[in-house]
Write a protein that binds this ligand. Structure first.
Ligand SMILES: CC(=O)N[C@H]1[C@@H](OP(=O)(O)OP(=O)(O)OC[C@H]2O[C@@H](n3ccc(=O)[nH]c3=O)[C@H](O)[C@@H]2O)O[C@H](CO)[C@@H](O)[C@@H]1O[C@H](C)C(=O)N[C@@H](C)C(=O)N[C@H](CCC(=O)O)C(=O)O
Ligand SMILES: Nc1ncnc2c1ncn2[C@@H]1O[C@H](COP(=O)(O)OP(=O)(O)OP(=O)(O)O)[C@@H](O)[C@H]1O
Length: 545
């Protein structure tokens, strides 16, 4: 059985556009005739062609997309956009060809033209908020969406986990979709009268032109730390990949967190107006975040900014880093034109019940709180009794350090870290992940994650060796597969202890040898708790969505 491929959201009522006009407007060479040909959509994938589409054949890392032109024609493509190498590959399909040097680089503007989502042409687009950084993009985007909803807006979201259009939700494939899908999504959001959208932008997306043809109203930067050094030669190259988001081509204004030193570089190197924010009291910034209360169900923080502006609220997540993400989201909204006072008012009129709410009511204090549910980000799956179990999407040393520290705060007993590493992804971070995992835990269980085309046992060995070398006396087990590992973890612990299962987060599959097998770590952990006699929680969807 393989996991279902999530759908691509497109406009339901696209207006056809003349392919000849497209060729003229973009100065493209035409092979064959495009007279009277009209396009209603754009795609890079032959399997996803819908009648009326322009199929774009890019020279990929594995193959040339133009070789799938016949399949695209059979599905109803009306023309192909490709490079000079692709022209001969398209010939058997009989489709007319538009030729451009770099189809991927042209894709954003072409898709924006077809879907009428280019900022020069469209005055009716939703307000767009982009977040980038190594960690915290998904969290900040969900929090932004949550606050926008509390402000009463119809919202959209594009994240690693899900894409949302109002109440419609579909699972995501990539963190940031290809430009053809991105513009189709924006066009569909416009049809649904979405007013504001939170978009997660990965470094890979910027390097691969996935947000071309989009100018975000506000771009936010969370942090930069070791990750993705399979895609980028070093941290400098990784940083340079993020930078275009803070230039006028992609954003009007920026909010930059100075929590990592890289933030200062963004401030220096960007060519748009930026404001700064930090949780560090000794770092100079326009906005500061102080933690007021760390509770097992929320983190309360105070945000202070220029002209004496101040707001105190809660985010229903644990760890200082989640308060940092929430504060960043709020300042992004302020930069987007929302008054801090209006945001404060919207957050106070919520109905969430926290354990100490009765006490607050007696003191006649309104509770200000952000309403949001983040799938698989330090998500608690355990119930009232037994060990606390959190499932998380962290897969970098920095993420491990912060989530372990957050879990430790609310664990009187032992903290057990259960994790594996991604196959076919940055191998250089693995030893650091193992060392940080051991440093922050009392017990470590190394298991498998997505091996992809790598040997799972050798990934585990790298992790185990690095942890043993750094912490020879650490209690450490190597258990495969993860179903066995979570049962071992639950069996080792009891009341007052915690398990942090890092890696799988919200995901509903495991990638083994390129086959996506349905798999939910959250379901697996709940089942393991049940088998051990502990009743898990019923899942936050029912409680908060
Ligand atoms: C490295 C990378 O970004 N690769 C992306 C790229 O693949 P590729 O260039 O290898 O494509 P290819 O397999 O050679 O195929 C070439 C073309 O032929 C088409 N094709 C191919 C086969 C076929 O049967 N029919 C067909 O039409 C493909 O759609 C493609 O357009 O183009 C594909 C089509 O859009 C993407 O799916 C693929 O993303 C892969 C799955 C991926 O894993 N990307 C990761 C690295 C990524 O982008 N990650 C970031 C988040 C990172 C993070 O923050 O953790 C993200 O934004 O998701
Ligand atoms: N501001 C932050 N600083 C450090 N770690 C963070 C921060 N925000 C979230 N994390 C941790 O990073 C991990 C990933 O969180 P999240 O999914 O929000 O980030 P992301 O940037 O979207 O990651 P990805 O690109 O892998 O989807 C989680 O373990 C989370 O607890």
């Amino acid at each position: 059985m393989s996991a279902r491929i999530p759908p691509v959201l497109r406009p339901e009522h696209p207006t056809p556009r003349s392919v000849a006009e497209l060729a003229n407007g973009f100065g493209l060479r035409v092979v064959g005739s495009v007279d009277g040909v009209e396009a209603t959509g754009v795609t890079l994938s032959a399997a996803e062609v819908q009648p009326g589409d322009l199929f774009v054949g890019v020279h990929g890392a594995n193959r040339h997309g133009a070789q799938f032109a016949t399949e695209a024609a059979e599905r109803g493509a009306v023309a192909v956009l490709t490079d000079a190498d692709g022209v001969a590959l398209v010939e058997p399909s009989g489709l007319p060809v538009l030729v451009v040097d770099d189809p991927r680089a042209a894709l954003g503007d072409v898709a924006a033209w077809v879907y009428r989502t280019h900022p020069d042409e469209a005055s009716d687009l939703p307000q767009l908020f982009a977040t980038t950084g190594t960690n915290g993009k998904t969290s900040t985007s969900y929090i932004l969406e949550g606050v926008l909803k509390q402000l009463g807006l119809v919202t959209g979201l594009s994240s690693t986990a899900e894409r949302h259009i109002g109440t419609l939700s579909v699972t995501s494939r990539l963190t940031t979709p290809e430009a053809s899908e991105m513009h189709a999504l924006l066009a569909r959001m416009r049809e649904a009268e979405v007013r504001a959208v939170a978009v997660e932008v990965s470094a890979q997306a910027l390097s691969r032109h996935r947000v071309d043809g989009i100018v975000f109203d506000v771009a936010g930067f969370t942090n930069l730390s070791h990750d993705h050094l399979d895609d980028y030669a070093d941290m400098e190259e990784y940083y340079q990949a993020k930078l275009p988001l803070f230039q006028p081509e992609h954003a009007r204004r920026g909010v930059v967190s100075l929590d990592t030193d890289w933030g200062q570089r963004v401030v220096q190197d960007s060519r748009i107006p930026v404001t700064t924010i930090t949780v560090h009291p000794d770092v100079e910034a326009e906005w500061h975040v102080d933690i007021v209360e760390a509770h097992a169900a929320y983190t309360e923080f105070r945000l202070t900014g220029p002209e004496g502006r101040e707001l105190t609220t809660r985010v229903p997540l644990i760890g200082w880093h989640m308060a940092a993400n929430a504060a960043l989201a709020i300042v992004m909204l302020v930069e987007g034109g929302f008054e801090l006072g209006a945001i404060a008012h919207a957050l106070e009129s919520n109905h969430r019940r926290y354990p100490d709410e009765d006490e607050r009511e007696q003191r006649d204090e309104p509770t200000s709180a952000i309403e949001c549910y983040l799938p698989g980000r330090t998500e608690r799956v355990s119930g009232e009794h037994g060990p606390s179990v959190y499932v998380d999407f962290g897969h970098s040393p920095d993420a491990f350090e912060n989530t372990l520290a957050a879990v430790r705060q609310f664990t009187p007993g032992k903290v057990l870290m259960l994790f594996g590493a991604d196959g076919d992804r940055d191998t250089t971070k693995r030893p650091d992940m193992a060392r940080v995992a051991a440093a922050g835990s009392d017990i470590l269980i190394v298991t498998d994650h997505h091996p992809r085309f790598e040997d799972a046992a050798s990934i585990r060995k790298t992790l185990v060796d690095a942890a043993r070398e750094a912490y020879p006396d650490h209690e450490l087990y190597e258990v495969s597969p993860p179903e066995a590992a979570i049962r071992k973890a639950v069996g080792l612990l009891g009341e007052g202890d915690s398990i942090l299962w890092a890696g799988p987060g919200h995901q509903d599959y495991r990638d083994i040898q390129g086959v996506r097998t349905p798999y939910s770590a959250r379901d697996e952990a709940r089942q393991a708790l049940r088998e051990a006699g502990w009743e898990p929680n019923s899942g936050p969807q029912e409680e908060t969505r």
